[in-house]
Design a protein around this ligand. Sequence first.
Ligand SMILES: C[S@@+](CC[C@H](N)C(=O)[O-])C[C@H]1O[C@@H](n2cnc3c(N)ncnc32)[C@H](O)[C@@H]1O
Length: 304
Amino acid sequence: MAAQSKPFRIADDVSRSRNIPWFQSKIGSSLTPAGRSLLEIYSGIPASEVEAHIYDTRDSVWEIFPWPCVGEFWFVTLGLSQHPQYDTLLTRLRNQTPPTKFLDLGCCLGQDLRKLVHDGAPLEALWGSDYFAKYEGAGQEFFRDKDRFQNRFIAADLFDESPDSGLVPTAGTWDVISIVMFLHMYDWNRQVQCCRQILKLLSKSKGSMVIGAQTGAIDAEEVVLKPPYVAEGEERTVFRHNIKTFTRMWQEVGNEVGVQLDISVVYDHQADRERRVKEEQGGGKDKFFSGATHRRLCFTVTIA
Ligand SMILES: C[S@@+](CC[C@H](N)C(=O)[O-])C[C@H]1O[C@@H](n2cnc3c(N)ncnc32)[C@H](O)[C@@H]1O
């Protein structure tokens, strides 16, 4: 992969330390019944071994990159399946001829892809892509499906526009692109760049869509990151959208590239209710990046 400069980093000195607030000691509510059932039924892991398998995987995958989604066990929550449009997406994937071509961009271990397969989506319609090539093998080990889940992975940096990039030749071919917990890693300008790149990859046929979820906030703001997320003295921000700013961003990019977009964004109130109940019951916080003013945004951006 001929990636340009690294698109993200966490302070180097602490980068693989486990003394980081989002390296959680317990799986807690991240392991949902759906996550457990995927590991037991799809992967064939005995019920008594599921948790140990998750801890082992988390610890080894932490060495690839210390993402919050890894430290906080989000990778067993199967975020896409909690999207309000998941069932509609599944119906489309199951029934459309020719198959709907689906890309999980920033797929990490590829958990959302395995969930789709488990729920009946055709394997040949699904691909995952990530900056880190090592996630392909790590995902196959985690889901014990090396024999069944092959050649579904494109290692590439979304920002790499060179002909060597595995994504560049696929421009304009994807019917659905999923971006779960992706854009919120970046500041406003970088998110705009991501949206432009994503629209290049997306097919321009009516109904092609981007689906996803990410951390947002009731009051949108550019958040200044502090150590350990950045090195001491380093200045970097991430943009937390609310519904209005998220919609505006996509509208602006759509206008710039000349495509008309239908943008639908909702707050995931269920996730917020669960967080509150847990905190009120004294269960503490098992998500470093969630709080009273945060809201998960669930969205679809569709070619009109
Ligand atoms: C926060 S994680 C979310 C992973 C997964 N979608 C999930 O919901 O658990 C973001 C993922 O995007 C990948 N990523 C970030 N920037 C990228 C880029 N420029 N090109 C390709 N992948 C990228 C990271 O390596 C990481 O796996």
